[in-house]
Each structure stands twice: as C-alpha cells, then as structure tokens.
Write a protein that binds this ligand. Structure first.
Ligand code: FMN
Ligand code: SF4
Length: 484
C-alpha cells in the first residue's frame, strides 16, 4: 500500500473512556432519524467486503457469522458490504441481482435482528461496477489480446498482422510506449478497464438507460428481504462515482459540468424511490474528495450533497478517495486494486502518515459538505468515517456539528463489541485497531477478511469457524473470553 512520503508513525490517540453515565448522556449514544428509520445510537458500521459469499454471490454461513458478530455489539446501524445489482458472475461478492438471492439475504436480516435483539438497523450497499481485466502476461497481450490497428501497422511498416505482432513482441518497453496508445499501454501494464466515458461501447453508452431500473429492482429486493434501507454506492472506483467524477467527460448530457455529472445519480435515486416508496430508507455513499488529479473536490461534493438532500435522500455517507486512476501496478495475473495509491491511502489511512495523521482525516471535508447541505435548508443526516476509533473523537465530531452519525469500520472489525463496551463504561476493555491494514491486505488478495488482533486466538475452541487454509478464525472471540 502507498504511504505518504513523510512516513511519520502516529501513536494511537490517548483516550480517557467515559463512565457509563457519561456515555448514556452523550450525543453518540443519542437517537437520530434517517427518514423513515430511527437509529437508537449514532454509531454505524460502514460497508466492509469480507469475501465470504459463494462464487455465485449467495449468503453463506460465514457471511451470517460475520454480520452476527457485528450485531452482537449493537451498533445503531450496520451497512452490509457492497452487493452487486446485476445478475452476472462477480466472484465471492454478495449479489442481489435476481429474486433467487432474496431468501439468503432474508436470513442475513433475521440473523442481525436476533443477534442485536432488534437494536441495530440494517442497510445494504448496492453497487454497480464496470469490467476490469487482470494484468495480462506480456506475450499473451501482444500476441493475442491486443487488437491490431492501422497505427500499429504503420509503425511497423507492414499490413501483415502476424508480422506486426512479432515486431511488437520484440520491442522493449520504451519502444512499445511509442507505438501503443495510452489505453493500450494501460491494458498491458494494469489490465484493461472500462470507463464510463467509453461511449463507443453500446453497453456503456446505454448506462443511463439501464442503471435506474437495475438499482430500483435491487432496492425492491432489499425491501422484500426485510432490510431497513439501502445505501446506493456512489463512492470509490465504481460506476456511479465515475459519473460524479470531474474526469467524466461524457458528451451525452451525463458528463461535463456538475449538473450533468449528478444527473444519473439523481435519476437512479428517483427510480429507487418510486419503486420502494417513502417508507423505505434510501441514502448514498459518495466521496468528499476523489484525491486524484483532475478529480472532484470538496466543492463538487458539497454541490452533490445539496442535490441529493434536495431530492429527498434519507442520509448521506461520506468516504474519501479509493480510485483506480492512481492505483499501483498489479502483479501479472492480478487486477488493479483501487486502494493502493494516494487516494486509497485517504480512504483507509494507516498510522504511517503525514503530519495530519490518520485520525479523522475526512472530518474537515465532511463538515464543509454538511454546512453546505444545512445552508440549503436540508437537515439530512451526514455520516462520517475514516480513522475514528475512540469515544472522544466521535463525540467531539458530533458536538462540533461536523457530522450526525459516526462510522467506524476497522475499529469495529478489531472489536465488534466496542460500541457496547463504551456504553457500559468499559471502554478500557476496548481492543483498539492498530490502523496498519492487515485486514485491507487480505481484502486486496480477495482472501477472507479477519483482524490480526484476534484471528489466531483460541483456534481449537469449540464452534470456531476457520478460514479456507484453516489458520485463522473468521470472527472475533466472544466477549466474555477476552482478557480484561
Ligand atoms: C476490508 C475492508 C472492506 C471494505 N469494503 C468496503 C465496501 O464494500 N464498501 C465501501 O463503501 N467501503 C468499504 N470499505 C471502506 C470502509 O467502509 C471505510 O470507509 C474505511 O475503512 C475507512 O473507515 P475506518 O477508518 O473506520 O476503517 C472497506 C474497508 C475495509 C477495511
Ligand atoms: S487488521 Fe489491523 S487495521 Fe484491520 S481492523 Fe485489525 S487492527 Fe485494525
């Protein structure tokens, strides 16, 4: 993973945990309304993909165990991992693109209701993504995948494509970069990746016609499965974020200026809302800043937030970065991973940082966006996340009016009981996230995600579920067994 060049190692912030009385009187543990849904507390576990679905995208016992463990800590809300809205193979990523996925998702809802004793509201993140290929072996790319064009023929000086391929194969990297186009070089070095600006591809040109219906159908299935709401995934490296991006230069009315870039996200929301009605919670996750050259910034995000609030979204959740554009080159046979460059760092910052440090890195931007939404007259709740792992951080963000709900992804993975422990005045028992991203490295390799703080503990205890290689436990040990 990329790190800021300063490489300053930041210690975990000191924390004087509150007493049970102080926690009970806090803003963090006060209720908040998200449209039709009320959260008992302003505590939130953002979406995290744990790579535990079947290859066909179905809920498994491991998926249920993952969410059961989070629900036992009774957060105000859990957002289920990015779940694909199309009925297409997507590896072990959850899917909601067909009615056959509903029964499994219903069991997930039931599991969370039971484990949290009805305390935790459950949302599911709906995602669409474009095709990305693995980085090909050089020989296979130049010898086969690459479509030979007149530019290549002219450069080599022959119309015989077999000879052109041989010539390309004999070139070194510098020579190739003279002959191949920027996109062809990217396909060779990173793997071919579709973009929303590929208007020459009919299925990309037709995204504005296809996506509202696909998202609406998926949201209707989420409602049928019993979720409290959906989070439309408009963040990171995926289709909807690419529409919002300042790098979206589509010329069909869905790219260019801000109003055109936000058009499809609004149309998707409109279709979802008309399908599920006002009694089902619908919000979105989008980026406070893309952190890439030429990408959208906080001013863009403030504008998008205002438009989403005006359209009637029930919550706005803000993430940061996580883009393909600055991702590191993957190994041959691997796909690019959008959390390996500077924008990825901003999304999941680690303790090896610059002078600003990793803690609450998204807060200032989120505060600006929230102010803009409030200035437009909307009180839509705003969810912040990014490097938050103590009560004091969370409480001061809320008290300052920088956000309305506090998300903690990795801290909740490190200790799924942490919100409950703090509420009970047992903050000293919280197992604190080290923010060094062992979990994120597992995600990058599409391996079952666990936390280094507990995944080797008590492996031979009864009922422990183990990873495919049998070397890690898949969920945090039960609270009573943790050392005090
Ligand atoms: C293993 C892992 C998987 C993640 N999967 C998703 C995802 O499916 N959707 C999403 O919006 N963010 C995802 N994220 C990002 C988190 O939701 C969160 O924004 C990020 O980790 C920063 O918050 P934190 O500092 O509280 O961990 C993931 C993060 C991790 C560590
Ligand atoms: S693996 Fe590391 S970064 Fe991830 S949750 Fe555990 S302590 Fe935090």
């Amino acid at each position: 993973m990329w790190r800021p060049p300063e490489r300053i190692r930041h210690p975990l912030p000191d924390e004087a945990w509150p007493s049970a009385q102080e926690a009970a009187a806090s803003t963090l543990y006060s209720p908040v309304r998200l449209g039709p849904v009320s959260l008992a507390h302003r505590t939130w576990i953002p979406a995290m993909v744990p790579w535990r679905a079947t290859e066909d995208g179905f809920v498994t016992p491991d998926v249920l165990a993952w969410y059961r463990r989070f629900a036992q800590g009774k957060p105000g809300a859990i957002v289920v991992e990015a779940t694909g809205i199309r009925d297409v193979p997507s590896g072990p990523l959850l899917r909601i693109g067909h009615a056959r996925f509903v029964p499994g998702l219903r069991s997930l809802v039931d599991t969370v209701r039971e484990a949290s004793e009805g305390h935790t509201k459950l949302f599911i993140q709906l995602i669409d993504f474009l095709r990305i290929r693995r980085r090909p072996p050089r020989g296979r790319f130049l010898g086969g995948f690459l479509e030979i064009t007149d530019a290549h023929r002219d450069a080599v000086g022959t119309r015989d494509d077999a000879v052109v391929r041989e010539a390309l194969l004999a070139m070194d990297d510098a020579e190739l970069s003279e002959v191949l186009s920027e996109r062809e070089l990217e396909a060779l070095r990173f793997g071919d990746r579709e973009r929303v600006t590929d208007l020459h591809l009919p299925h990309i040109a037709a995204l504005p016609q296809a996506l509202p219906g696909l998202f609406a159908d998926a949201a209707a299935r989420a409602k049928e499965a019993g979720f409290d709401g959906v989070e439309l995934h408009y963040a990171h490296a995926y289709t909807m974020a690419s529409f919002l991006s300042a790098r979206n230069t589509r010329t069909d009315g869905y790219g260019g200026d801000r109003a055109s870039r936000v058009r499809l996200p609004l149309e998707v929301f409109g279709a979802v809302r008309s399908r599920v009605g006002a009694d089902f919670c619908v919000g979105c996750r989008f980026l406070s800043h893309e952190i890439i050259e030429g990408g959208s910034n906080v001013a863009d995000a403030a504008y998008f937030g205002q438009r989403f609030a005006e359209a009637g979204m029930d919550f706005l959740s803000l993430s940061r970065g996580g883009k393909f554009e600055d991702a590191l080159q993957p190994k041959e046979g691997w796909s690019a991973y959008p959390y390996t460059g500077p924008s990825g760092y901003e999304c999941m910052p680690t303790v090896f940082s610059d002078a600003s440090g990793p803690y609450g890195r998204n807060v200032d931007a989120v505060a600006t966006i929230r102010s803009a939404v409030r200035a437009s007259g909307y009180d839509t709740p705003i969810v912040v996340a990014g490097g938050i792992g103590t009560f004091s951080q969370a409480e001061s963000i809320l008290r300052a009016g920088h956000a309305d709900v506090v998300g903690a992804a990795r801290q909740s993975l490190a200790d799924p009981d942490w919100f409950a422990k703090v509420l009970e005045g047992q903050g000293a028992d919280v197992r604190r996230c080290k923010f060094t991203n062992y979990c994120e490295a597992l995600d990058q390799k599409h391996r079952q995600v666990t936390c280094q703080l507990w995944d080797r503990q008590d492996l031979d205890a009864p009922d422990v579920m183990l990873s495919h290689d049998g070397r890690r436990r898949l969920t945090a040990p039960a609270r009573r067994r943790w050392p005090r």
